[in-house]
Design a protein around this ligand. Structure first.
Ligand code: SF4
Length: 394
């Protein structure tokens, strides 16, 4: 591809902050985290305090572009292991360095059993207006089979606290395809979600990563993991029950009540620039994607040495694939006109040709000039469609 892409000169107004601490490591998790055990949190843990210092040092060393932040996302790990004071410290430095818009969406991932009423009130007080509760399952045996550090009772306590504090945006995560999970168990979880009525729901299909405990225990498709047809049926069931319950399926894995989509995650899917801070976090700035070291020692050394970002501009083929891979996750898909302006008519013709068999299967469609995956079938087979695009476009 000879065409030169002009990268968006858009100024980043979103920040992701990685908080890499968890009580234990879930059996399916391969994120860069520290396991700190069940006892310590906040300032009680020297490990957390040291990390916050380094993280703030990194933020302070980053060039700002004089536009206030519109979205901030504390992810992990388990950000609800931070004290209010630690959270405030990070927000203060973001305010000093970039400014935070008055109506900014400030999200935090929280895990049942890691916070009480005072913690949550504190988080709300310093500016958190969206929480994402890592539920994963409503059955005790499934939580244990995944190595989660909380019980079903902890989930309901957490929900009660969120309602008492009145956090306006409330998301819940579930995982399908877990060992021993059946369609009936899955239906019950979805019905519980409908009854609880959070503003947003994320549904992830279990991926078995080789480096995890699950990677050692199980082979995809083998018992006690559900078969592929069962996980596909789970995906279709979630789509039916949640859309029937008033949620819009706006992204492959995400559902929201009207007006409650996650603004921060939309920045990723629309391939807009953003800052990432913390161990293993990625930034996407001026066409360059940079991932920080995933190991503590290396991350600390990188910050001590001045946070030097030295990476090449993303090649245009990769930008095209990223645009397709991310944009097709959204229900509204990608504008063909924008694709043509950015990558040229030849590329768009080629994409249309590659996708023709999937258009015939009704997995892909063009609606009002936008290329979209159909829901649920196109979303369900997105991996097949994207693999074909990768194979033919590279
Ligand atoms: S809580 Fe999340 S980040 Fe922590 S170990 Fe479990 S899956 Fe990984």
């Amino acid at each position: 591809m000879n065409q030169k892409v002009t990268f968006s000169q858009q100024i980043p107004t979103s920040v992701y902050i990685h908080i890499p601490f968890c009580r234990r490591r879930c059996f399916y998790c391969d994120f860069p985290i520290f396991v700190i055990g069940d006892k310590l949190r906040g300032e009680e843990s020297g490990t957390i305090s040291q990390y916050i210092e380094i993280l703030c040092q990194e933020i302070a060393a980053t060039q700002s572009f004089e536009l206030p932040l519109k979205t901030i996302f504390f992810g992990g790990g388990t950000p609800s292991l931070l004290s209010t004071k630690q959270l405030q410290k990070i927000l203060n430095i973001l305010q000093e360095q970039f400014g935070i818009a008055v109506n900014a969406e400030i999200s935090m991932e929280i895990d049942p059993g890691t916070f009480d009423l005072l913690h949550l009130q504190g988080y709300r007080h310093v500016g958190i207006n969206r929480v994402s509760l890592g539920v994963q399952a409503f059955a005790e045996n499934l939580l244990q089979a995944c190595g989660r550090s909380h019980s079903v009772a902890d989930i309901f306590t957490a929900i009660d606290l969120i309602h008492r504090v009145g956090i306006p945006e409330f998301s819940m995560d579930l995982i399908s395809g877990l060992p021993h999970q059946t369609l009936d168990i899955w239906r019950e979880s979805l019905e519980k979600i409908i009854a609880i009525a959070p503003t947003h729901v994320s549904i992830y299909d279990l991926t078995i990563e080789p480096q995890t405990a699950f990677g050692r225990y199980y082979k995809p498709g083998n018992k006690p993991l559900p078969e592929d047809e069962t996980t596909a049926a789970m995906y279709r069931m979630a789509q039916k029950i949640l859309t029937g319950g008033g949620y819009k399926h706006y992204e492959i894995s995400n559902y929201a009540k009207p007006g409650h989509q996650c603004q921060h995650n939309r920045v990723y899917w629309e391939n807009h620039p953003y800052y990432g801070f913390g161990m293993g976090a990625a930034s996407y700035l001026r066409g360059k994607r940079f991932t920080r070291p995933r190991k503590t020692k290396e991350y600390y050394a990188w910050v001590e040495n001045g946070c030097v970002i030295d990476c090449p501009e993303t090649p245009v083929e990769e930008v095209l694939l990223e645009t397709l891979m991310l944009g097709l996750r959204l229900a509204e898909g990608i504008s063909l006109e924008t694709l043509t302006q950015k990558f040229g008519q030849n590329q768009v013709d080629k994409i249309n040709e590659i996708l023709q068999p999937y258009i015939e299967k009704h997995w892909v469609e063009v609606v009002k000039g936008r290329l979209q995956l159909t829901d649920p079938e196109g979303f369900l087979f997105s991996n097949v469609i994207l693999a074909k695009l990768f194979e033919k476009l590279i």
